[in-house]
Design a protein around this ligand. Structure first.
Ligand code: ZN
Length: 511
């Protein structure tokens, strides 16, 4: 099967449709024209100028969306090789070799090794034994030394040696690192690599909630080549004036001057951070934290007064912007819902990590979307039991939400958890990231429900849908939503054969 021939107009023959919503019949043909699905049926006739290929009965579903990403931070984090797992110098060297096999033309900047407990010492000669012209710079987990190859030592004007560069000498050299890398790691090329990695997992779009940067930055980045998958750019309160002055409403294209990508980079919501986080004990709750509460704010705290929150929602709403209100604790969720009700704002609440059944019903009645990051439940399971004892059954209440009719969308909050929608789906289904039993399995949702919450609202592929599609070599719904099924889902990115955005190839598995 050759997928490279697929262009804007294509006929995908002999695919099974993943039954996210409507039950799918046997294998069908799917015709794509002008970036949309225009025909689904048996034995479609190939049109003139249309490419065609046989998918051999493989599975087609709508592309995945990550609804909560900090793309700049994720790009920086993922550009750096994570050496924290290395248990020896030899293991660290092996990780560097793997990275260079994947990206032979990029310098290696690694971070996080802790050699104090290693059986062997980091040596320059071990890095020099790797056959590459690229500089290798490995920054220790405590930041106090750098382990470099000779190429990097020369580029940083350091004398040759076989040991690491440490303390004052290293701190001076660290300041010159940008010279070695040639970029600060946030250029369009770096963003493009993040998008390529996402597309390889079946991602066709993401909502970028990065804290810094405005409309102009995204337009320039897009024009510079960071345009592989769809992006909704969110603004924060400090950028609201600029967005309103430009007359931009949520959904408006930001790439209108670029015929190639029209409508793929769009204006997203106004993001408002209304409370804090669990780990810093700043998420705003109805009851105090059981341990290590912040003095004077034992229940966490809001970041705005009720009047300030309403003023922001009202301004965004009158300007045609949706809002995305970060509310993690149950008190913050209740206050956010009250503000939605008072202002008639449209949009959703980010996180909704702790809430009540009553507020879930209110959310449904108000039409407020819940944007949840299920992978956080794996990380927060233990700390929740300590800081919020007796409240765990109300954490990440996905079952309650779907049963009440709340619109649920999933995301990663990358870099807090990896930009990988399959991890979120697996966590929503099984609610355990280790050998333990699921954490409050009564709040689990099925694989079908979790995937349907990951496709930006698109169900089983049908006529009229955008040609944002993923071809898989296995059916993600096959299984019983049990532990085994969740384990397969966690690694389902391995089953992605091709990803299309508006009918154009964003990823194709090398044959
Ligand atoms: Zn976030």
């Amino acid at each position: 099967m050759s997928l490279t021939t697929y262009g804007d107009d294509m006929l995908i023959r002999n695919v099974r449709l993943v039954a996210l919503t409507d039950a799918a019949p046997g294998p069908v043909d799917v015709r794509v024209d002008d970036g949309r699905v225009v025909e689904v049926g048996a034995d479609l006739v190939q049109g003139g100028g249309e490419s065609s290929s046989d998918a051999g009965g493989r599975w087609l579903m709508p592309g995945l969306w990550d609804q909560h990403v900090h793309l700049g931070q994720w790009t920086l984090t993922s550009a750096r090789l994570d050496l924290a797992p290395a248990r020896s110098s030899a293991e660290a060297v092996a990780l560097v070799r793997e990275r260079l096999e994947e990206w032979p033309d990029l310098p290696v900047i690694g971070w996080g090794h802790r050699p104090t407990a290693w059986p062997d010492n980091p040596a320059v000669s071990d890095l020099d034994a790797i056959d590459t012209d690229q500089p290798i710079v490995l920054i220790a987990g405590d930041g106090h030394h750098g382990w470099l190859n000779t190429t990097a030592l020369h580029m940083l004007a350091l004398s040759t040696r076989d040991s690491v560069v440490s303390e004052a000498e290293w701190f001076m050299a660290y300041g010159r690192l940008a010279t070695v890398v040639g970029t600060d790691g946030t250029g369009p090329d770096a963003y493009r690599r993040s998008m390529e990695a996402a597309a390889a997992q079946g991602v066709v779009g993401l909502v970028d909630l990065e804290f810094s940067g405005g409309v102009e930055d995204w337009v320039a980045r897009w024009a510079g080549g960071a345009n592989l998958v769809r992006v909704r750019h969110a603004c924060y309160a400090d950028g609201l004036d600029d967005v309103l002055a430009r007359g931009l409403r949520s959904g408006d294209p930001l790439d209108g001057s670029l015929p190639d990508g029209a409508g793929r980079l769009t204006m997203g919501p106004l993001k408002i951070i209304s409370d804090g986080s669990l780990n810093t004990r700043t998420a705003w709750c109805c009851e105090p934290y059981a341990e290590k509460a912040v003095p004077g704010a034992e229940e966490g705290q809001p970041n705005q007064t009720p009047a300030e929150l309403r003023a922001l929602l009202a301004r965004a709403t009158s300007g045609g912007l949706d809002v995305a209100v970060h509310a993690l604790g149950d008190r913050a969720v209740a206050e956010a819902l009250a503000a939605f009700e008072d202002t008639g704002a449209r949009g959703g609440i980010e996180h909704v990590q702790l809430t009540t059944r009553e507020d879930v019903r209110r959310m449904a009645a108000l039409g407020v979307r819940a944007s949840v990051q299920p992978a956080h439940l794996l990380d927060d399971r233990d700390v929740t039991e300590r800081l919020w004892p007796g409240r765990a059954e109300r954490c990440f209440p996905l079952r309650w939400m779907l049963d009440a009719g709340v619109e649920v969308v999933l995301g990663s909050d990358a870099p807090v958890s990896p930009l990988d929608p399959w991890l979120a789906v697996a966590a929503a289904v099984h609610r355990s990231g280790d050998d333990r039993e699921p954490w409050h399995p009564e709040q689990s949702i099925t694989a079908r429900e979790a995937l349907a919450a990951s496709t930006d609202g698109w169900g089983t592929v049908a006529v009229g849908h955008p040609a944002d599609l993923v071809l898989l070599d296995a059916d993600p719904l096959a299984g019983d939503s049990d532990r085994d099924h969740a384990q397969r889902l966690r690694r389902f990115a391995d089953h992605v054969l091709a990803t299309w955005v508006a009918g154009e190839t964003a990823y194709e598995r090398p044959s």
